[in-house]
Design a protein around this ligand. Structure first.
Ligand code: UD1
Ligand code: CA
Length: 460
Protein backbone atom coordinates (compact mmCIF):
# COMPACT_ATOMS: atom_id res chain seq x y z
CA UNK A 1 0.00 0.00 0.00
CA UNK A 2 1.54 3.31 -0.97
CA UNK A 3 0.63 6.37 0.99
CA UNK A 4 1.13 9.15 -1.51
CA UNK A 5 1.35 11.84 1.14
CA UNK A 6 4.17 10.39 3.23
CA UNK A 7 6.45 7.43 3.69
CA UNK A 8 8.77 6.90 6.65
CA UNK A 9 12.43 6.21 7.27
CA UNK A 10 13.58 4.90 10.64
CA UNK A 11 17.24 5.51 11.46
CA UNK A 12 18.47 2.40 13.24
CA UNK A 13 21.99 1.89 11.94
CA UNK A 14 24.03 3.13 14.91
CA UNK A 15 25.64 0.92 17.52
CA UNK A 16 24.58 2.98 20.48
CA UNK A 17 28.02 3.27 22.01
CA UNK A 18 26.69 4.97 25.12
CA UNK A 19 24.65 1.82 25.90
CA UNK A 20 27.90 -0.16 26.38
CA UNK A 21 26.36 -3.25 24.85
CA UNK A 22 27.23 -5.44 21.87
CA UNK A 23 23.58 -5.58 20.92
CA UNK A 24 22.33 -2.90 18.49
CA UNK A 25 20.73 -0.21 20.63
CA UNK A 26 17.37 -0.31 18.87
CA UNK A 27 16.97 -3.97 19.96
CA UNK A 28 17.26 -3.05 23.62
CA UNK A 29 13.94 -3.81 25.25
CA UNK A 30 11.35 -2.04 27.36
CA UNK A 31 8.78 -4.36 28.96
CA UNK A 32 10.09 -7.19 26.81
CA UNK A 33 9.78 -5.45 23.42
CA UNK A 34 12.52 -3.70 21.48
CA UNK A 35 12.68 0.05 20.91
CA UNK A 36 12.00 -0.54 17.22
CA UNK A 37 8.82 -2.51 17.98
CA UNK A 38 7.38 0.60 19.63
CA UNK A 39 8.50 2.94 16.86
CA UNK A 40 6.90 0.73 14.18
CA UNK A 41 3.67 0.49 16.19
CA UNK A 42 3.48 4.28 16.40
CA UNK A 43 4.16 4.72 12.68
CA UNK A 44 1.99 1.99 11.14
CA UNK A 45 -1.47 3.52 11.68
CA UNK A 46 -0.46 6.69 9.78
CA UNK A 47 2.05 5.32 7.29
CA UNK A 48 0.94 1.77 6.53
CA UNK A 49 3.58 -0.35 4.84
CA UNK A 50 5.76 2.44 3.48
CA UNK A 51 8.18 2.26 6.38
CA UNK A 52 11.86 1.79 5.55
CA UNK A 53 14.62 1.25 8.08
CA UNK A 54 18.31 2.07 7.92
CA UNK A 55 20.31 -0.75 9.47
CA UNK A 56 24.05 -0.89 9.99
CA UNK A 57 25.61 -2.16 13.17
CA UNK A 58 24.27 -5.68 13.87
CA UNK A 59 21.99 -5.40 10.83
CA UNK A 60 21.28 -9.13 10.60
CA UNK A 61 19.94 -9.19 14.17
CA UNK A 62 17.69 -6.24 13.49
CA UNK A 63 16.38 -7.75 10.24
CA UNK A 64 15.78 -11.16 11.87
CA UNK A 65 13.80 -9.53 14.64
CA UNK A 66 11.35 -7.97 12.18
CA UNK A 67 10.70 -10.49 9.43
CA UNK A 68 7.44 -8.66 8.64
CA UNK A 69 9.51 -5.66 7.47
CA UNK A 70 11.55 -7.81 5.08
CA UNK A 71 12.58 -6.02 1.89
CA UNK A 72 12.32 -2.62 3.52
CA UNK A 73 15.70 -2.51 5.23
CA UNK A 74 18.48 -0.41 3.74
CA UNK A 75 22.05 -1.18 4.73
CA UNK A 76 24.32 1.62 5.86
CA UNK A 77 27.53 -0.38 5.77
CA UNK A 78 29.58 2.29 7.51
CA UNK A 79 27.84 4.43 10.07
CA UNK A 80 29.00 7.92 9.18
CA UNK A 81 26.18 9.79 10.88
CA UNK A 82 22.44 10.43 10.68
CA UNK A 83 22.81 12.56 7.51
CA UNK A 84 24.74 9.75 5.83
CA UNK A 85 22.04 7.29 6.94
CA UNK A 86 19.41 9.45 5.22
CA UNK A 87 21.53 9.59 2.05
CA UNK A 88 21.65 5.76 1.96
CA UNK A 89 17.86 5.49 2.14
CA UNK A 90 17.05 8.35 -0.20
CA UNK A 91 16.62 6.44 -3.49
CA UNK A 92 14.20 3.99 -1.84
CA UNK A 93 12.26 6.91 -0.41
CA UNK A 94 12.04 8.70 -3.73
CA UNK A 95 10.86 5.49 -5.41
CA UNK A 96 7.72 5.45 -3.23
CA UNK A 97 6.43 8.51 -5.07
CA UNK A 98 5.39 10.07 -1.77
CA UNK A 99 5.37 13.83 -1.34
CA UNK A 100 6.92 13.75 2.15
CA UNK A 101 9.15 11.49 4.17
CA UNK A 102 8.86 11.26 7.93
CA UNK A 103 12.32 10.48 9.32
CA UNK A 104 12.57 9.27 12.89
CA UNK A 105 15.41 8.14 15.14
CA UNK A 106 14.92 4.47 16.05
CA UNK A 107 15.77 5.22 19.67
CA UNK A 108 12.55 7.11 20.41
CA UNK A 109 10.27 4.27 21.59
CA UNK A 110 7.81 6.27 23.68
CA UNK A 111 6.47 8.17 20.71
CA UNK A 112 2.74 7.61 20.39
CA UNK A 113 0.56 6.88 17.41
CA UNK A 114 -1.24 10.17 18.14
CA UNK A 115 1.97 12.23 18.13
CA UNK A 116 2.90 10.87 14.69
CA UNK A 117 -0.59 11.57 13.40
CA UNK A 118 -0.64 15.12 14.82
CA UNK A 119 2.78 15.92 13.35
CA UNK A 120 1.71 14.72 9.89
CA UNK A 121 -1.52 16.72 10.16
CA UNK A 122 0.47 19.85 11.02
CA UNK A 123 2.72 19.28 8.00
CA UNK A 124 -0.28 18.73 5.74
CA UNK A 125 -1.69 22.04 6.79
CA UNK A 126 1.56 23.99 6.74
CA UNK A 127 3.08 22.37 3.61
CA UNK A 128 6.58 23.18 4.92
CA UNK A 129 9.65 22.05 3.03
CA UNK A 130 11.22 20.83 6.25
CA UNK A 131 9.51 20.38 9.61
CA UNK A 132 10.84 18.85 12.76
CA UNK A 133 9.67 18.21 16.30
CA UNK A 134 11.26 20.00 19.22
CA UNK A 135 11.04 19.51 22.98
CA UNK A 136 12.09 21.53 25.98
CA UNK A 137 13.43 18.98 28.48
CA UNK A 138 14.69 19.74 32.00
CA UNK A 139 18.22 18.98 30.86
CA UNK A 140 18.92 19.88 27.22
CA UNK A 141 22.64 19.15 27.37
CA UNK A 142 23.07 16.19 25.01
CA UNK A 143 20.45 17.12 22.42
CA UNK A 144 20.80 19.18 19.27
CA UNK A 145 19.96 22.80 20.12
CA UNK A 146 17.47 24.77 18.12
CA UNK A 147 18.43 28.34 17.25
CA UNK A 148 15.95 30.96 16.12
CA UNK A 149 16.32 34.49 14.80
CA UNK A 150 14.85 37.59 16.45
CA UNK A 151 11.58 37.03 14.62
CA UNK A 152 11.38 33.58 16.20
CA UNK A 153 12.05 31.71 12.97
CA UNK A 154 14.19 28.59 13.14
CA UNK A 155 17.68 29.12 11.81
CA UNK A 156 19.53 25.90 12.65
CA UNK A 157 19.98 22.84 14.84
CA UNK A 158 23.41 22.92 16.44
CA UNK A 159 24.67 19.70 18.03
CA UNK A 160 25.62 20.07 21.69
CA UNK A 161 29.28 19.33 20.98
CA UNK A 162 29.45 22.08 18.37
CA UNK A 163 27.44 24.64 20.28
CA UNK A 164 29.23 27.86 21.19
CA UNK A 165 27.25 30.56 22.95
CA UNK A 166 29.52 33.25 21.47
CA UNK A 167 28.53 32.14 17.97
CA UNK A 168 25.07 30.68 18.43
CA UNK A 169 23.66 32.89 21.18
CA UNK A 170 22.28 31.87 24.58
CA UNK A 171 20.85 28.37 25.12
CA UNK A 172 17.08 28.52 24.75
CA UNK A 173 16.33 25.05 26.11
CA UNK A 174 14.50 24.05 22.93
CA UNK A 175 16.08 20.95 21.40
CA UNK A 176 15.62 18.62 18.46
CA UNK A 177 13.62 15.44 19.13
CA UNK A 178 14.98 13.62 16.07
CA UNK A 179 11.68 13.45 14.16
CA UNK A 180 11.55 15.23 10.83
CA UNK A 181 9.18 15.56 7.92
CA UNK A 182 10.97 16.33 4.66
CA UNK A 183 9.37 17.44 1.41
CA UNK A 184 11.17 15.05 -0.91
CA UNK A 185 11.35 17.38 -3.91
CA UNK A 186 12.78 20.20 -1.78
CA UNK A 187 15.35 18.24 0.22
CA UNK A 188 16.54 16.28 -2.83
CA UNK A 189 18.96 19.02 -3.80
CA UNK A 190 20.28 19.58 -0.28
CA UNK A 191 21.50 16.09 0.59
CA UNK A 192 24.73 16.28 -1.36
CA UNK A 193 25.62 19.49 0.46
CA UNK A 194 25.98 17.77 3.86
CA UNK A 195 29.56 17.72 5.13
CA UNK A 196 31.26 16.12 8.11
CA UNK A 197 33.07 19.24 9.18
CA UNK A 198 32.10 19.22 12.83
CA UNK A 199 33.44 18.01 16.17
CA UNK A 200 32.21 14.43 15.61
CA UNK A 201 33.37 14.15 12.02
CA UNK A 202 29.90 12.83 11.11
CA UNK A 203 27.33 13.76 8.50
CA UNK A 204 24.44 15.26 10.48
CA UNK A 205 20.82 15.14 9.27
CA UNK A 206 20.36 18.24 11.41
CA UNK A 207 22.53 20.31 9.05
CA UNK A 208 19.66 20.12 6.57
CA UNK A 209 17.92 22.78 8.65
CA UNK A 210 20.35 25.64 8.10
CA UNK A 211 20.92 24.49 4.50
CA UNK A 212 17.17 24.75 3.88
CA UNK A 213 16.95 28.12 5.65
CA UNK A 214 19.85 29.46 3.56
CA UNK A 215 18.01 28.44 0.37
CA UNK A 216 14.96 30.35 1.54
CA UNK A 217 12.87 27.25 2.09
CA UNK A 218 9.90 27.07 4.43
CA UNK A 219 11.25 25.48 7.65
CA UNK A 220 9.13 24.95 10.77
CA UNK A 221 9.61 23.43 14.20
CA UNK A 222 6.69 21.98 16.13
CA UNK A 223 7.36 22.31 19.85
CA UNK A 224 5.89 19.60 22.09
CA UNK A 225 7.05 20.96 25.46
CA UNK A 226 8.72 18.81 28.08
CA UNK A 227 7.55 15.43 26.89
CA UNK A 228 9.31 12.25 27.96
CA UNK A 229 7.57 10.56 25.02
CA UNK A 230 9.85 12.26 22.56
CA UNK A 231 13.16 11.78 24.33
CA UNK A 232 15.77 9.68 22.59
CA UNK A 233 17.29 6.86 24.64
CA UNK A 234 21.06 6.66 24.59
CA UNK A 235 22.19 4.97 27.79
CA UNK A 236 21.03 2.39 30.36
CA UNK A 237 19.79 5.09 32.71
CA UNK A 238 17.51 6.64 30.10
CA UNK A 239 16.30 3.18 29.11
CA UNK A 240 15.42 2.33 32.71
CA UNK A 241 13.65 5.63 33.16
CA UNK A 242 11.56 5.18 30.01
CA UNK A 243 10.76 1.57 30.88
CA UNK A 244 9.62 2.53 34.33
CA UNK A 245 7.36 5.18 32.82
CA UNK A 246 5.82 2.66 30.42
CA UNK A 247 5.39 0.09 33.19
CA UNK A 248 3.52 2.54 35.34
CA UNK A 249 1.26 3.62 32.48
CA UNK A 250 0.41 -0.02 31.71
CA UNK A 251 -0.35 -0.80 35.37
CA UNK A 252 -2.57 2.26 35.74
CA UNK A 253 -4.47 1.29 32.60
CA UNK A 254 -5.06 -2.22 33.96
CA UNK A 255 -6.21 -0.93 37.35
CA UNK A 256 -8.65 1.42 35.65
CA UNK A 257 -9.99 -1.38 33.47
CA UNK A 258 -10.84 -3.55 36.49
CA UNK A 259 -7.77 -5.72 37.00
CA UNK A 260 -6.73 -6.09 40.65
CA UNK A 261 -3.02 -5.57 41.25
CA UNK A 262 -1.30 -6.11 44.60
CA UNK A 263 2.17 -4.57 44.88
CA UNK A 264 1.27 -2.82 41.70
CA UNK A 265 4.64 -1.06 41.53
CA UNK A 266 6.25 -4.38 40.64
CA UNK A 267 3.77 -5.71 38.13
CA UNK A 268 5.41 -5.61 34.68
CA UNK A 269 3.13 -6.09 31.69
CA UNK A 270 4.31 -5.92 28.07
CA UNK A 271 2.49 -3.83 25.45
CA UNK A 272 1.14 -6.86 23.53
CA UNK A 273 -0.41 -8.56 26.57
CA UNK A 274 -4.18 -8.76 27.03
CA UNK A 275 -5.53 -9.00 30.58
CA UNK A 276 -9.26 -9.12 31.14
CA UNK A 277 -11.04 -7.26 33.92
CA UNK A 278 -11.47 -9.44 37.00
CA UNK A 279 -7.96 -10.91 36.87
CA UNK A 280 -5.96 -10.70 40.11
CA UNK A 281 -2.19 -10.32 40.04
CA UNK A 282 0.34 -9.97 42.83
CA UNK A 283 3.71 -8.40 42.12
CA UNK A 284 6.51 -8.90 41.53
CA UNK A 285 5.24 -10.50 38.37
CA UNK A 286 6.20 -10.25 34.69
CA UNK A 287 3.92 -10.91 31.73
CA UNK A 288 5.33 -10.51 28.24
CA UNK A 289 4.75 -11.10 24.54
CA UNK A 290 1.30 -12.00 23.26
CA UNK A 291 0.03 -13.49 26.49
CA UNK A 292 -3.69 -13.46 27.21
CA UNK A 293 -5.01 -13.74 30.77
CA UNK A 294 -8.73 -14.38 31.03
CA UNK A 295 -11.24 -13.17 33.58
CA UNK A 296 -11.01 -14.71 37.05
CA UNK A 297 -7.46 -15.99 36.65
CA UNK A 298 -5.14 -15.40 39.61
CA UNK A 299 -1.39 -14.94 39.27
CA UNK A 300 0.59 -15.07 42.48
CA UNK A 301 3.88 -13.28 43.01
CA UNK A 302 7.15 -14.05 41.20
CA UNK A 303 5.37 -15.50 38.20
CA UNK A 304 6.89 -14.96 34.76
CA UNK A 305 4.70 -15.55 31.74
CA UNK A 306 5.56 -15.12 28.06
CA UNK A 307 3.41 -15.76 24.98
CA UNK A 308 0.97 -17.92 26.93
CA UNK A 309 -2.80 -18.20 27.32
CA UNK A 310 -4.26 -18.47 30.78
CA UNK A 311 -7.94 -19.37 30.73
CA UNK A 312 -10.74 -18.31 33.08
CA UNK A 313 -10.26 -19.00 36.78
CA UNK A 314 -6.86 -20.63 36.43
CA UNK A 315 -4.53 -20.25 39.39
CA UNK A 316 -0.83 -19.75 38.76
CA UNK A 317 0.95 -20.08 42.07
CA UNK A 318 4.14 -18.29 43.05
CA UNK A 319 7.47 -18.73 41.28
CA UNK A 320 6.04 -20.40 38.20
CA UNK A 321 7.55 -19.81 34.73
CA UNK A 322 5.44 -20.20 31.62
CA UNK A 323 6.45 -19.75 28.01
CA UNK A 324 4.36 -20.60 24.93
CA UNK A 325 1.98 -22.52 27.15
CA UNK A 326 -1.79 -22.98 27.32
CA UNK A 327 -3.47 -23.23 30.69
CA UNK A 328 -7.13 -24.26 30.61
CA UNK A 329 -10.14 -23.22 32.66
CA UNK A 330 -9.81 -23.88 36.43
CA UNK A 331 -6.29 -25.29 36.11
CA UNK A 332 -3.66 -24.96 38.80
CA UNK A 333 0.06 -24.50 38.24
CA UNK A 334 2.86 -24.40 40.80
CA UNK A 335 4.20 -23.13 43.07
CA UNK A 336 7.46 -23.51 41.13
CA UNK A 337 5.79 -24.90 38.02
CA UNK A 338 7.66 -24.70 34.75
CA UNK A 339 5.68 -24.80 31.53
CA UNK A 340 7.93 -24.69 28.48
CA UNK A 341 6.85 -24.25 24.85
CA UNK A 342 4.05 -26.54 23.82
CA UNK A 343 2.81 -27.30 27.33
CA UNK A 344 -0.98 -27.57 27.28
CA UNK A 345 -3.17 -28.03 30.34
CA UNK A 346 -6.75 -29.03 29.57
CA UNK A 347 -9.44 -27.77 31.91
CA UNK A 348 -9.35 -28.75 35.61
CA UNK A 349 -5.89 -30.26 35.31
CA UNK A 350 -3.09 -29.58 37.77
CA UNK A 351 0.64 -29.25 37.71
CA UNK A 352 2.24 -28.95 41.12
CA UNK A 353 5.58 -27.94 42.52
CA UNK A 354 8.76 -28.65 40.60
CA UNK A 355 6.93 -30.06 37.62
CA UNK A 356 8.30 -29.27 34.18
CA UNK A 357 6.34 -29.75 30.97
CA UNK A 358 7.47 -29.31 27.36
CA UNK A 359 5.44 -30.19 24.23
CA UNK A 360 3.08 -32.12 26.45
CA UNK A 361 -0.68 -32.19 26.82
CA UNK A 362 -2.18 -32.87 30.22
CA UNK A 363 -5.74 -34.10 29.73
CA UNK A 364 -8.86 -32.83 31.45
CA UNK A 365 -8.66 -33.24 35.22
CA UNK A 366 -5.27 -35.01 35.06
CA UNK A 367 -2.73 -34.33 37.79
CA UNK A 368 1.04 -34.19 38.06
CA UNK A 369 1.44 -32.84 41.53
CA UNK A 370 5.12 -33.13 42.39
CA UNK A 371 8.66 -33.30 40.99
CA UNK A 372 7.98 -34.51 37.47
CA UNK A 373 9.20 -34.06 33.89
CA UNK A 374 6.67 -34.50 31.10
CA UNK A 375 8.22 -33.94 27.67
CA UNK A 376 6.80 -34.89 24.23
CA UNK A 377 3.87 -36.52 25.95
CA UNK A 378 0.13 -36.92 25.77
CA UNK A 379 -1.57 -37.60 29.06
CA UNK A 380 -5.19 -38.69 29.03
CA UNK A 381 -8.01 -37.20 31.05
CA UNK A 382 -8.04 -37.99 34.76
CA UNK A 383 -4.60 -39.64 34.75
CA UNK A 384 -2.52 -39.34 37.90
CA UNK A 385 1.18 -38.88 37.52
CA UNK A 386 3.01 -39.75 40.73
CA UNK A 387 5.83 -37.79 42.30
CA UNK A 388 9.16 -38.15 40.57
CA UNK A 389 7.80 -39.46 37.25
CA UNK A 390 10.11 -38.79 34.32
CA UNK A 391 9.28 -39.22 30.65
CA UNK A 392 12.63 -40.18 29.14
CA UNK A 393 12.01 -38.56 25.77
CA UNK A 394 15.55 -38.24 24.43
CA UNK A 395 17.80 -41.14 23.43
CA UNK A 396 20.81 -38.94 22.77
CA UNK A 397 19.85 -38.37 19.12
CA UNK A 398 16.09 -38.11 18.77
CA UNK A 399 13.06 -37.18 20.79
CA UNK A 400 10.31 -39.78 21.26
CA UNK A 401 6.76 -39.65 22.47
CA UNK A 402 5.08 -40.99 25.59
CA UNK A 403 1.33 -41.62 25.55
CA UNK A 404 -0.49 -42.18 28.82
CA UNK A 405 -4.11 -43.27 28.57
CA UNK A 406 -7.13 -41.84 30.34
CA UNK A 407 -7.34 -42.62 34.03
CA UNK A 408 -3.90 -44.28 34.16
CA UNK A 409 -2.00 -44.16 37.46
CA UNK A 410 1.76 -43.78 37.31
CA UNK A 411 3.42 -44.77 40.59
CA UNK A 412 6.02 -42.50 42.10
CA UNK A 413 9.57 -42.41 40.84
CA UNK A 414 8.81 -44.11 37.51
CA UNK A 415 10.87 -43.64 34.37
CA UNK A 416 8.84 -44.00 31.17
CA UNK A 417 11.31 -44.64 28.36
CA UNK A 418 9.84 -43.31 25.11
CA UNK A 419 8.51 -44.28 22.67
CA UNK A 420 6.06 -45.96 24.98
CA UNK A 421 2.29 -46.22 25.42
CA UNK A 422 0.63 -46.73 28.79
CA UNK A 423 -2.93 -47.90 28.25
CA UNK A 424 -6.13 -46.43 29.64
CA UNK A 425 -6.61 -47.16 33.30
CA UNK A 426 -3.22 -48.92 33.50
CA UNK A 427 -1.25 -48.91 36.72
CA UNK A 428 2.52 -48.53 36.92
CA UNK A 429 4.21 -49.76 40.07
CA UNK A 430 6.29 -47.20 41.92
CA UNK A 431 9.95 -47.12 40.99
CA UNK A 432 9.46 -48.84 37.61
CA UNK A 433 11.53 -48.23 34.51
CA UNK A 434 9.02 -48.87 31.75
CA UNK A 435 10.41 -49.62 28.29
CA UNK A 436 7.52 -51.65 26.82
CA UNK A 437 3.91 -50.68 26.17
CA UNK A 438 1.38 -51.49 28.89
CA UNK A 439 -2.11 -52.54 27.79
CA UNK A 440 -5.34 -50.89 28.95
CA UNK A 441 -6.08 -51.74 32.54
CA UNK A 442 -2.87 -53.79 33.09
CA UNK A 443 -0.35 -53.39 35.85
CA UNK A 444 3.19 -52.70 34.69
CA UNK A 445 5.99 -53.21 37.18
CA UNK A 446 9.66 -53.15 36.23
CA UNK A 447 12.00 -53.01 39.16
CA UNK A 448 14.19 -55.29 41.24
CA UNK A 449 12.26 -57.45 43.69
CA UNK A 450 12.85 -56.64 47.30
CA UNK A 451 14.78 -59.26 49.18
CA UNK A 452 14.89 -59.16 52.96
CA UNK A 453 17.84 -61.12 54.30
CA UNK A 454 18.13 -61.81 58.03
CA UNK A 455 21.48 -60.75 59.35
CA UNK A 456 22.83 -63.73 61.34
CA UNK A 457 26.25 -62.50 62.38
CA UNK A 458 25.75 -59.05 63.75
CA UNK A 459 28.79 -57.33 65.19
CA UNK A 460 28.15 -56.26 68.69
C1 UD1 B 1 20.34 13.00 17.42
C2 UD1 B 1 20.35 14.38 16.77
C3 UD1 B 1 20.11 15.44 17.84
C4 UD1 B 1 18.81 15.15 18.54
C5 UD1 B 1 18.75 13.75 19.10
C6 UD1 B 1 17.35 13.45 19.57
C7 UD1 B 1 21.90 14.21 14.90
C8 UD1 B 1 23.24 14.60 14.37
N1 UD1 B 1 21.63 14.62 16.14
O1 UD1 B 1 21.43 12.94 18.29
O2 UD1 B 1 20.06 16.71 17.24
O3 UD1 B 1 18.63 16.10 19.60
O4 UD1 B 1 19.09 12.80 18.07
O5 UD1 B 1 17.25 12.22 20.24
O6 UD1 B 1 21.14 13.59 14.21
N2 UD1 B 1 22.02 6.33 13.24
C9 UD1 B 1 22.17 5.70 12.03
N3 UD1 B 1 23.34 5.82 11.37
C10 UD1 B 1 24.39 6.55 11.84
C11 UD1 B 1 24.23 7.20 13.08
C12 UD1 B 1 23.03 7.08 13.76
O7 UD1 B 1 21.25 5.04 11.54
O8 UD1 B 1 25.42 6.60 11.16
C13 UD1 B 1 20.74 6.19 13.99
C14 UD1 B 1 20.92 5.60 15.37
O9 UD1 B 1 20.79 4.19 15.33
C15 UD1 B 1 19.82 6.27 16.16
C16 UD1 B 1 19.55 7.55 15.43
O10 UD1 B 1 20.19 7.46 14.18
O11 UD1 B 1 18.64 5.48 16.22
C17 UD1 B 1 20.09 8.77 16.19
O12 UD1 B 1 21.46 8.61 16.41
P1 UD1 B 1 22.13 9.00 17.80
O13 UD1 B 1 23.58 8.70 17.71
O14 UD1 B 1 21.37 8.42 18.90
O15 UD1 B 1 21.94 10.58 17.75
P2 UD1 B 1 21.96 11.58 18.98
O16 UD1 B 1 23.37 11.83 19.38
O17 UD1 B 1 21.02 11.15 20.01
CA1 CA C 1 19.84 9.33 20.33
Amino acid sequence: MTNSFACALVLAGGKGTRMHSDKPKVLKTLLGESMLYYVYNALRPSLGDDIFTIVGYGSSYVEESFSDMKGRFVLQAEQLGTGHALQQGWERIKATGSKYCLVINGDTPLISEAAVKDFLEAVKEDQADLSFVTITPDDPCQFGRVTRNKAGQVTAIVEAKDFDEAVHGPVSGEVNAGIYCLKISAVDGLLSKLTNENKSGEYYITDLVDLAVECGMHVTAVNCGNSIDLMGINNPFELAHAESELRERAAVKLLKSGVTLHNWESVVVGPGVVIEPGVEITGPCEIYGNSVIRRGAVLQSHVRIKDSNIAENALIKAYSHLEDAEVGVNCMVGPYGRLRPGAVLMEDSKVGNFVEMKKAVLGKGAKASHLTYLGDSEIGAGANIGAGTITCNYDGKNKHKTVIGEGAFIGSNSALVAPVIIGKGALIGAGSTITKNVKDGDLGVARGRQVNIPRTSKKS
